[in-house]
Design a protein around this ligand. Structure first.
Ligand SMILES: [Zn+2]
Length: 346
C-alpha cells in the first residue's frame, strides 16, 4: 500500500529485508543492505541483463553485507553472474565492496573518473600528506590538537570498510548514455554531495536512479572536507537542480537511502528551502564571532561521537563558505592558525 509524507508518495510502505529483493520495475530489483552507521542502510539496484546482472552500488565491506550479497546472489539473482558494477559515487557505503565484487566475477567497473580517483586516495592508508592536511583543517576550524588527533585516527576506521578500489574503470560522463536492463539511461553528473556523482535517467520507463543526490527523507550531506577546505559545495548542489528539469514529476525516483518515491519537483523545492533556512540560521548565529566548530555545536546540539561532529563541521562549513563567497560572512581572525567567522554588518 502506498504511503505519503507531505507531497511525496512512496509506492512501497515497507522495505526489503537483507538478502531479499523487490522488483520496482520490470527487470529492476531493489535490495537494501545493513550499514554500521547511524544511517543504518543503503539501497542497491540489481538490473537484469541477458548474460547476468548489472549492480548499481555495492555497500561497504562488512561481514553482514557480504552475507546479504551471498543471499541475493543465490536467491533473487538466481546464481547468475554480476557482469558490471556501476558506481553512483565513491563514498564507502556505495563502493566499499566493489573491489570484492569486481574481482569475484571479473566484472567491469563503471563510474565517473573523479569519484574513482577520490575513492582510491580516500580509502587507502598512508596516502602522503592526508593525515597532516586533515589535522590542520580541524585545528584551523576550532579543535585543539588532541581532539584533532583523535578525529584523524577515528576517520581512519572508514578505510577498513572498503575492499581495494578496482584498479581500472570504464568512465562515464555527463550526458552519456548507458544501456542497463534493456533500457538506455542518460547519465546526469552533478556536484555538491560528491565531486562527480552519477544519476541515471530513463524517461521512457519513468525511472531515475538518484544515488545520494536527491534523497526523500534526509537532506543529502553537503559538506566541506579537508582536501578542498575553501570549496563551496552548496553552490554546486543548488546549481545542479536545473539538470533535473526534464525529469517528469511522476518519475519513480530510486534513492540510495530511504524508499523509492514520486514527487521530484517537490523534493527539490524542499531541499532548496532547507538550505535557505540553514543559511539564514548560520548568518544569524555568526552575528557573534565564532569558529566553525563552535557554530557546528550550536547548529547540531544533539550531536555525539567523533564521526558525527566531523560531519557536522563539514556541513556547517559548507554553509559558512557559501556565505563567505557571497560577502555575507567573513573570516575576521587576526591570529594565524584559527579561523573566526562573523556576519558582516549590512
Ligand atoms: Zn554519499
Amino acid at each position: 500500500m502506498p504511503a505519503r509524507r507531505g507531497k511525496l508518495e512512496f509506492p512501497w510502505a515497507d522495505t526489503p529485508s537483507p538478502g531479499e529483493a523487490r522488483e520496482v520495475a520490470p527487470g529492476i530489483l531493489w535490495a537494501r543492505l545493513p550499514l554500521p552507521f547511524r544511517l543504518n542502510h543503503v539501497n542497491v539496484w540489481l538490473l537484469r541483463e541477458n548474460d547476468g546482472w548489472t549492480v548499481v552500488d555495492t555497500g561497504c565491506a562488512t561481514t553482514e553485507i557480504v552475507a546479504a550479497w551471498q543471499a541475493l546472489l543465490s536467491g533473487p539473482m538466481g546464481g547468475r553472474p554480476v557482469r558490471r558494477v556501476v558506481a553512483t559515487h565513491g563514498h564507502v557505503d556505495h563502493i566499499g565492496l566493489s573491489g570484492w565484487m569486481v574481482s569475484r566475477f571479473d566484472a567491469e567497473y563503471v563510474g565517473t573518473f573523479a569519484e574513482w580517483i577520490w575513492a582510491r586516495v580516500s580509502h587507502m592508508h598512508d596516502v602522503p600528506g592526508s593525515n597532516a592536511a586533515h589535522h590542520s583543517y580541524l585545528v584551523r576550524n576550532g579543535f585543539d590538537d588532541a581532539a584533532a588527533a583523535d578525529l584523524v585516527k577515528s576517520r581512519r576506521r572508514f578505510i577498513d570498510l572498503s575492499s581495494p578500489v578496482p584498479g581500472s574503470i570504464t568512465e562515464i560522463r555527463d550526458g552519456d548514455s548507458i544501456r542497463m536492463a534493456g533500457r538506455d539511461w542518460r547519465v546526469i553528473v552533478t556536484r555538491g554531495h560528491a565531486f562527480e556523482h552519477a544519476s541515471f535517467h530513463n524517461p521512457e520507463s519513468g525511472l531515475l536512479i538518484a544515488g545520494d543526490h536527491l534523497l526523500p527523507t534526509i537532506s543529502p550531506v553537503i559538506a566541506v572536507y579537508e582536501m578542498t577546505p575553501k570549496s563551496d559545495p552548496l553552490e554546486d548542489f543548488l546549481a545542479s537542480f536545473p539538470q533535473f528539469d526534464d525529469v517528469a514529476d511522476d518519475t519513480l525516483v530510486l534513492p540510495s537511502h530511504g524508499s523509492p518515491y514520486h514527487g521530484i519537483r517537490t523534493r527539490i523545492e524542499e531541499l532548496r528551502e532547507h538550505h535557505r533556512r540553514r543559511l539564514d540560521a548560520t548568518a544569524e548565529y555568526l552575528r557573534q564571532p565564532r569558529s566553525a566548530v563552535e557554530l557546528a555545536k550550536a547548529m547540531f546540539p544533539h550531536i555525539e561521537g567523533p564521526d558525527n561532529i566531523g560531519f557536522a563541521l563539514g556541513e556547517t562549513l559548507a554553509h559558512i563558505n557559501h556565505l563567505v563567497r557571497k560577502d555575507i560572512v567573513a573570516d575576521v581572525s587576526d591570529i594565524a592558525g584559527a579561523a573566526i567567522f562573523r556576519t558582516l554588518a549590512t
